[in-house]
Design a protein around this ligand. Sequence first.
Ligand SMILES: *Cc1c(COP(=O)(O)O)cnc(C)c1O
Length: 391
Amino acid sequence: MTQTIYLDYAATTPVDPRVAETLQQYLTPDGIFGNPASRSHAVGWQAEAAVEQARARVAGLIGADSREIVWTSGATESDNLAIKGAALANQARGGHVVTSIIEHKAVVDCFQWLEEKGFEVTWLEPDEYGCIAAEQVEAALREDTILVSLMAVNNELGSINPIAAIGSLLRERGVLFHVDAAQASGKMALDVARMPVDLMALSAHKVYGPKGIGALYVRRSPDVTIEAQMHGGGHERGLRSGTLATHQIAAMGHAFSLALEEGEAEAERLEALRSRFIAGLQGLEGVRVHGPETERVPGILNIGFDGVDGESLLLALRGIAVSSGSACASATTEPSYVLQGIGLPPEKAQGSLRFSMGRFSTDAEIDTAAERITEAVQKLRERSAARRATV
Ligand SMILES: *Cc1c(COP(=O)(O)O)cnc(C)c1O
């Protein structure tokens, strides 16, 4: 491997080596490779036991009951199942749904699909820090509102929404609440016993587990009805058919149990790294940290550099893996819709980068990154000043 400094943990995390070891144990003839749905022999029973242990571990991180966890292929599928599934199962009660303009594409695109199908969508606008207030949600509710979907933590800003407060008011009004918690799990305490949410999307690869596996929390009490989006053998109580990926599931369970054990200490360490990184950029003028001061997770830092084009800065920072927005939108060079959604003009959004740190980030990496960024920004600014002088 080259000496790339990886600061894109919000796009994906490497698999923790301890988790990778688990992954290995569920594949080969000497491992637990069975089909968990095979009821007639021990090979199947062993796989089923592994799946159920993992289910309890994933449930454990969010304070849920094992029976409330449905395996999916990732948070994108979980969002699809929750949003389409809840809207379609409850359309007899009304056709109005609510979300925000800075949700992940997996949510935004589901709501656009619902709009095409005839549902009416209210698109809430966040404040300048990327947060949605409970009062805003309350003001958007109507007699025919059936579903609200908001993210717990924004993937570009790290901002935290007041999920418990919003959940309480929606519970009172009998409106279903889906929360995309892909960026929240492992980064902050989540407890569905104290947060009245009905549906919650989770992903393994943001929490040091493998890609291609996720889960949807579906509340049992009060009972939440959703329509399956994948039909087949009736796995997962009919909500998501398809042979369970035992190795992925066991690995996700392990990753989530590590997050439960180590998450709090990790957040403290990341907070210190964050301060160190910001201090390392002190030599630069015109640096703006986007997102809230306090209502945020420590690992995601979105920074605007005045007068600098983000794409040029990305190129100048070869050897440091960062992104100019979410990985899902980085096929385009359009300025981030999230940053524009918090009111940044396109050129300021374009001049911003997301730095996200995680479990394997070190002090030395953060120091080197800050130095390299300082140099690169100064050089780009000098170059554009020189260009202006010759015009
Ligand atoms: C990464 C991410 C997703 C998508 O998760 P996948 O498991 O990659 O499908 C959805 N929502 C948020 C907020 C994310 O950060």
